[in-house]
Design a protein around this ligand. Structure first.
Ligand SMILES: Nc1nc2c(ncn2[C@@H]2O[C@H](COP(=O)(O)OP(=O)(O)OP(=O)(O)O)[C@@H](O)[C@H]2O)c(=O)[nH]1
Ligand SMILES: [Mg+2]
Length: 439
């Protein structure tokens, strides 16, 4: 979305490379590029002008800190001003809480409810959701389907038209669950009865948080919505969705930042994993191509914390299907390889397409197939006779060939690990896994 901004800034900053003094012409040129990119991203013109002025003044008047090149000096100022434009982030507590989701129709409330359930689940909290949407046809099925994939209980009743009652019952049903998320109905505009309903549900649920979901494609108009919902139920966090599908993301971000409602998460895709904690520093540093190692550390920590993969057993040559499953899970929790790469300083590095393939569709399929296996089979893959392969295929909605393909992949992995164990060359599996985990 703000990709173009990143690219044009990098080009502009290149022009400053090797310079010994900050000259007005170079800064002017850089600011002009920056303005063009920000306005294309739908950032409010007034904000853009204020930012341009600050960058110009500071670049020319502030003394570059000792040991800092002209390029670094300007880059630092551009970075600081952009971070300021993006505002601050709100706090997300990892404890018992009730979260009320609000937002207009199609903004992404239901999808985000499931993504948040996944987020808290990964942090080790028990999560449940309530479908408080009695307006949209199929609302309960949509939420139920998303949540059952991650084994999160979903309360609702598609035949009941009383959202207030559903919320009351849902809270009772989920009593004792640490995090309860309430999905609500959306309309194409802020109608009076919608506002009244959300006010009532807020009172009934005594919600700890009221989070507003906004579509990034709204651009600058996002501020109006943020303001109106804030007036009704005192929004304490905004989630901007569909950042992956619009060029106006900068507008939505800066407009919401200006209303002083903290942006807490960003939705960047349709899958349940496509939710990122919003962090202005990280966001801008990634945009400027400086890499965001912090975000990566967070993810890597989560993925390895369970310590599920017994590297030592693997080194001794014991590598079962269960180990492979855990491995795939770990990679899955880290998010698509492509996303991980973009967080690294060498974010532009191109990987061959096949490298990504294994992390997405196929990986999901393999996991489903392995879910149909018994514990004994996972521990002892040699048990897998052709009749068992047949049974597993049916259970997983796959073809026997797909099951055999997985077994072939498993054998290849096992052989590769044996090679590693044999100590051919300097490659050290344990060290590699550690590095992967410790990044
Ligand atoms: N690309 C992309 N699509 C998203 C994202 N978040 C949600 N969507 C899609 O947006 C559409 C609407 O999302 P929902 O979650 O149903 O929106 P909602 O706010 O619950 O809509 P109503 O229940 O009708 O008010 C769906 O097709 C989602 O898959 C995102 O971050 N990126
Ligand atoms: Mg919905």
């Amino acid at each position: 979305m703000l990709d173009r901004l990143g690219t044009s800034l990098k080009d502009a900053l290149k022009k400053l490379a090797g310079k010994t003094v900050v000259d007005r012409a170079a800064v002017d040129e850089l600011v002009k590029d920056l303005q063009r990119a920000l306005i294309q991203a739908d950032v409010n013109v007034k904000l853009v002008m204020a930012l341009s002025q600050a960058i110009k003044t500071r670049s020319l008047e502030e003394e570059p800190p000792k040991g800092m090149s002209v390029r670094e000096h300007v880059l630092r100022i551009v970075y600081q001003e952009l971070v300021r434009l993006m505002g601050s982030t709100g706090e997300v507590k990892l404890g018992p809480q009730v979260i009320l989701m609000a937002g207009l129709q199609g903004s992404g409330k239901t999808t985000t409810t499931a993504k948040l359930a996944r987020f808290f689940q990964r942090k080790g909290l028990r999560v449940a959701v309530i479908c408080g949407d009695t307006f949209r046809p199929g609302a309960y099925e949509q939420l139920f389907t998303l949540c059952s994939r991650i084994h999160v209980p979903c309360f609702g009743d598609p035949t009941d038209k009383d959202a207030r009652k559903l919320v009351r019952e849902g809270l009772k049903a989920h009593a004792g669950t640490e995090v309860v998320i309430i999905d609500t109905q959306g309309r194409h505009a802020l109608e009076a009865d919608l506002i009244q309903e959300i006010i009532d549900i807020n009172a009934i649920s005594n919600a700890t948080h009221r989070w507003l979901v906004i579509d990034a494609a709204l651009g600058q108009q996002a501020s109006e919505q943020a303001r109106r919902f804030h007036e009704a139920i005192d929004i304490d966090g905004v989630i901007i969705t569909k950042m992956d599908g619009t060029a106006k993301g900068g507008g939505a971000l800066s407009a919401v930042a200006e209303t002083k409602s903290g942006i807490i998460f960003i939705g960047s895709g349709e899958t349940i994993e496509d939710l990122e904690r919003f962090d202005p520093d990280g966001f801008i540093s990634r945009l400027l191509g400086m890499g965001d190692l912090r975000a990566l550390v967070e993810r890597a920590e989560e993925s390895i914390s369970e310590g599920e993969i017994d590297v030592n057993a693997m080194m001794r040559g014991k590598f079962t299907l269960r180990d492979m499953y855990k491995q795939l899970e770990a990679v899955n929790r880290m998010g698509p390889l492509k996303q991980i790469m973009s967080m690294l300083p060498m974010g532009n590095l191109e990987l061959p397409g096949e490298a990504y393939d294994m992390t997405s569709a196929k990986m999901a399929k393999y996991r489903i197939i392995m879910d149909s296996m018994t514990a004994a089979e996972l521990d002892e893959p040699s048990l897998l006779s052709s009749s068992r392969v047949q049974r597993i295929a049916i259970g997983a909605g796959a073809t026997p060939d797909e099951v055999r393909e997985l077994l072939k992949y498993y054998k290849t992995m096992k052989r590769a690990l044996k090679g590693v164990r044999g100590g051919q060359g300097k490659f050290n599996m344990q060290r590699m896994m550690k590095r992967f985990g410790g990044m």
